[in-house]
Ligand binder design. Structure first.
Ligand code: OAD
Length: 454
């Protein structure tokens, strides 16, 4: 598979130095200019100023909660808070630093299952591994006790030849048009890279398969080395002297730190973001999900997904502490748009409305033809399972791709592999122990989506 230049060290677990750096960077980010001659005094002043701001925000939030004050009105940057408003905003040149956030739903039409869709999702299909709970297969604690289920699954799901989707190519178009500041993905399928996204632009928040490390001595191994052993089938064991540690691909497990690059880009990018597009994710895994709260308060956010599965806007006090959730149907919604449907359709609808429809179709056709030509005997893992004789098999969207679920707008059971929080963790609190295991327990989403176009 393609190789990006991402720092493989970043995916290593248990390195607290990442945490410290992040704390440092987020503090300095908030600093409003410093006095070089006395940086300590400057730092203190900044801390005091921030504390004052926090107190005042909390005081205001209490006043709003008690009905003593109206919620502050934030001016919308959109002419209309809907799909057309987003299109106009982009057409008017107001979105020059777009951040895209993605999850497994952007790859299901390539034939790769997501995690949580009922029936088709990975977590509904792991019975044969006898796991204490489905997410245990990606839990570092469980892996240390019993790595076999993970490697059995890895054997089945080893990155194969999959074609990026229309959605992936739409993101590439944003990059080519100079509008994409950063793409944050939770996916480990490398399809962003296959689609031609610049590794500098892409942040693989949950790691990748390109390298692996011994969980004991941290010796690094290549993808080919791991693949040879995993496919044998056997459990890859470290070859360093006097070490028999298991070698784990550098995908981030529940209970492990996220790559330092994730923390760095998270701190640096969101202040500059002028449009956030979130696609194909249940937004259930932290700290990734909390990124939606890191833009400035007035920045428009568009969520493209089969279902609205994310937590609704929080009350004023919780908002000060945790950041605001989406407010798709709120009376005072000034920025949140939910587009219900597939990521491919959503991206194509955006492209067409922006006048880029033909360009996107041509890009998809051309790039797919190149992949086909380079892989004449193409047979993906999922196609193999279905019917490897059909060349079309992997291109056929699975059930999860096209049909909005009946469970739409109903909260799913929240999986809590390690810690369970009743409210979304505060981003700053979540990032130091950047563990995807600390999932937010969802509050029931509101019914109806005035802002959905479907
Ligand atoms: P999920 O499976 O939790 O969510 C995928 C979302 O995409 C669901 O809301 C689906 O309804 C939606 N969806 C599926 N197909 C779609 C399509 N074609 N178009 C639009 N929406 C679609 O996957 P993630 O949110 O990516 O972490 O999961 C996050 C993390 O949980 C993963 O990175 C993984 C997992 O545990 C680790 O393993 C560390």
């Amino acid at each position: 598979m393609s190789s990006g230049n991402q720092d493989a060290k970043g995916a290593e677990g248990g390195d607290n130095s990442n945490d410290k750096k992040e704390e440092g960077s987020s503090n300095s980010q908030g600093a409003a200019g410093g006095d070089n001659s006395d940086s300590k005094a400057g730092e203190n002043q900044n801390t005091e100023k921030k504390e004052e701001e926090k107190k005042s925000a909390l005081f205001d939030a209490f006043a709003v909660s008690l009905g003593l004050k109206d919620e502050p009105k934030i001016e919308s940057l959109l002419d209309t808070v809907d799909f057309n408003g987003i299109v106009k905003y982009i057409k008017d040149g107001k979105a020059k630093n777009i951040i895209t956030m993605a999850g497994a739903g952007i790859s299901t039409s390539a034939g790769i299952p997501d995690f949580r869709s009922p029936e088709t999702g990975l977590y509904d299909n792991l019975q044969k591994y006898n796991l204490p709970e489905p997410t245990a297969v990606f839990s570092i604690d469980y892996f240390k006790e019993n790595p076999e289920p993970f490697f059995m699954l890895a054997r089945e799901l080893w990155p194969g030849v999959f074609k990026p989707t229309t959605c992936h190519y739409f993101i590439r178009m944003l990059q080519e048009k100079g509008l994409l500041l950063r793409h944050f993905t939770q996916n480990i399928d490398t399809l962003e890279s296959v689609a031609g996204l610049d590794p500098e632009v892409c942040v693989e928040a949950h790691g990748h398969f390109r390298t692996g490390h011994c969980i004991q001595c941290r010796a690094e191994y290549t993808q080919d080395w791991m693949k040879e052993r995993i496919m044998k089938p056997s459990i890859p064991k470290c070859e360093a002297e006097e070490c028999e540690g298991v070698v784990k691909p550098d995908i981030v497990f529940f209970g492990e730190n996220l790559p330092f690059r994730f923390l760095k880009c998270m701190s640096e990018d969101f202040g500059k973001c002028d449009l956030l597009i979130i696609m194909g994710t249940s937004l259930l895994v932290q700290p990734f999900a909390s990124l939606v709260n890191r833009t400035q308060e007035n920045v428009p956010r568009m969520y493209i997904n089969l279902e609205n599965s994310c937590p609704p806007k929080l009350d004023p006090i919780m908002t000060v502490i945790f950041g605001s959730g989406f407010d798709f149907d709120g009376e005072n919604n000034y920025r949140d748009i939910f587009w219900q449907g597939t990521c491919d359709d959503g991206c194509m609808a955006l492209a067409e409305a922006l006048g880029w429809g033909e360009e996107l179709k041509t890009l998809v056709t051309t790039e797919h033809a190149k992949i086909d030509a380079a892989n004449p005997d193409k047979c993906t893992t999922s196609a193999k399972k279905a019917d490897c004789t059909s060349k079309e098999a992997d291109a056929t969207p699975k059930k999860a791709d096209t049909t909005p679920k009946k469970t739409e707008n109903t909260p799913k059971k929240s999986e809590t592999p390690k810690t369970s929080d009743k409210t979304p963790p505060k981003p700053e609190a979540a990032t130091p122990k950047a563990t995807p295991g600390s999932q937010s327990k969802k509050t029931p989403p509101k019914k109806g989506n005035g802002n959905s176009t479907k």
